[in-house]
Design a protein around this ligand. Structure first.
Ligand SMILES: [Fe+2]
Length: 236
């Protein structure tokens, strides 16, 4: 007997197929945190931060945080409905793996944006510059205190310039991949407008153990246009 194509292959009824796809798509779309490309080429911050460090830092370290965070969604399905930023503010609800990898993903996403190639770095905006002078005495003094926070952080972590909930500038630091948005009792909370990664993976190839030299040179690549934009948003 000859079989027609329709009898050899019976596809799912059209409505059922559409329903299945619709049921799966929102979950799939929300479930995956992704690694965005660097906003500039890996050698754009040379000579202060070398190309190989940038490639490894972004392509391996940051990528691992993203993958490890995605692996947590299975056991923490509510993560799929949270933005990365919203997750930070309720991180105390989750386990250490989410704290470390969710923090790692957020911190690095921010870090790449806080640096820029030559010619695109700008300077602190008028209001930010005045606020820095008021809070710290001068831009140079702010940098000095920020570097002290970076150098003084024992082990791995971050130094931050934040806008506190009462709209003041402050310098703080966090261990590991914690950040000032996290609802943790040991964190000085605020909106981060500038952050420096002081994990050895951020500088060891070029600077080895000289974290202070890395921190000092890093000021040469800060994207003040982005810092000013974040300051303006945080002050609203
Ligand atoms: Fe890092």
């Amino acid at each position: 007997m000859h079989l027609s194509a329709a009898t050899q292959f019976n596809p799912l009824p059209r409505n059922l197929l559409i329903g299945l796809i619709a049921a799966c798509l929102p979950g799939l779309a929300a479930a995956q945190f992704t690694l965005a490309p660097l906003p500039y080429s890996a050698d754009a911050l040379e000579p202060h931060i070398d190309k190989l460090t940038m490639e490894i830092h972004h392509g391996r370290h940051h990528n691992a945080y993203v993958n490890n965070l995605n692996a947590q969604i299975k056991n923490n399905p509510e993560l799929a409905n949270l933005s990365l930023e919203a997750m930070q503010g309720q991180i105390s609800r989750f386990n250490t793996a989410v704290r470390n990898n969710g923090g790692g993903h957020f911190n690095h996403d921010l870090f790449w944006q806080l640096m820029a190639p030559a010619g695109q770095r700008g300077a602190p905006g008028t209001a930010l510059a005045a606020d820095i002078d008021q809070a710290f005495g001068s831009l140079g003094e702010m940098k000095k205190r920020f570097d002290q926070a970076a150098i003084g952080r024992f082990g791995s972590g971050w130094a931050w310039l934040i806008v506190t909930p009462d709209k003041k500038l402050a310098i703080t630091s966090t261990p590991n991949q914690d950040n000032p948005l996290m609802d943790l009792p040991e964190v000085q909370r605020g909106t981060p407008i500038l952050g420096l990664d002081v994990w050895e993976h951020a500088y060891y190839l070029k600077y080895q153990n000289k974290r202070g030299e890395y921190a000092t040179n890093w000021w040469n690549v800060v994207n003040w246009n982005e810092v000013t934009r974040r300051y303006t948003d945080a002050m609203k």
